[in-house]
Design a protein around this ligand. Structure first.
Ligand code: ADP
Ligand code: ZN
Length: 205
């Protein structure tokens, strides 16, 4: 079962830390796959280790400007809403060791250079995001972030139709917009067999 794979490359990360190098960790998967939980878990562990942590998420709309990241299971962590990748760079304090970023798919391509810059400064950057949109297309800039990351974690949800491993976010309402803000409750996790990629997706199972 894919879900049981280790999410933690602790040994490799420790080697990097010993020689003072920064690095990039990317967590990707469908909605409900546990990306935010995994991000929050890593951030909490860093804080327990007394490392200075700063967390950001994209401010795509005023409804999303609450100062925290949250998982579907209720885990939360404080975070700063930002409009652009440049804003992240501007807010980083010199003694920050770990940087967390959630909803990475809502940043533009500048995020690539920004996280590279932070890792080059010796910081650990952990960025989580959706790797596919509701049609199953790669969701930029996550594919590019996967290319430059030292460590990659793919999380999976459970298909709500058949119980198998889910890799897709099924939209259960009509809309052609790639981003639907505040649409929580209108997506569900589906496996490859049960995913219906077009707008003729059944809304009732
Ligand atoms: P993501 O950030 O990938 O959207 P979250 O970390 O916010 O995921 O939420 C993961 C949690 O969502 C799970 O621990 C579980 O409690 C809940 N959940 C709800 N529906 C599903 C599903 N179909 N498969 C797996 N987890 C689900
Ligand atoms: Zn299924």
């Amino acid at each position: 079962m894919v879900e049981e794979y280790a999410f933690d490359n602790t040994e490799e990360r420790r080697k990097n830390r010993q020689n003072g190098t920064g690095w990039i960790e990317v967590i990707v998967g469908s909605m409900f796959s546990g990306k935010s939980e995994e991000l929050i878990r890593r951030l909490r562990r860093a804080q327990i280790a007394r490392q200075k942590v700063q967390v950001f998420k994209p401010k795509i709309d005023d409804r999303y400007s609450i100062e925290q990241i949250a998982s579907h299971s209720g885990m939360t962590h404080i975070s700063k809403p930002v409009m652009t990748a440049k804003e992240i760079l501007a807010q980083i304090e010199p003694d920050t060791e770990v940087i967390g970023i959630d909803e990475g798919q809502f940043f533009d391509m500048e995020i690539i250079q920004a996280v590279n810059e932070l890792a080059n400064q010796g910081k650990r950057v952990i960025i989580a995001g959706l790797d596919q949109d509701y049609t199953g297309k790669p969701f930029e800039p996550m594919p590019q972030l996967l290319s430059i990351a030292e460590f990659i974690t793919k999380t999976h949800a459970i298909c709500v139709v058949c119980g198998q491993t889910a890799n897709y976010s099924q939209r259960t309402f009509e809309s052609d917009a790639r981003v639907e803000v505040g649409a929580s409750g209108k997506y569900e996790a589906r496996c490859r067999k049960c995913f219906v990629p077009h707008s003729d997706a059944p809304t009732v199972l």
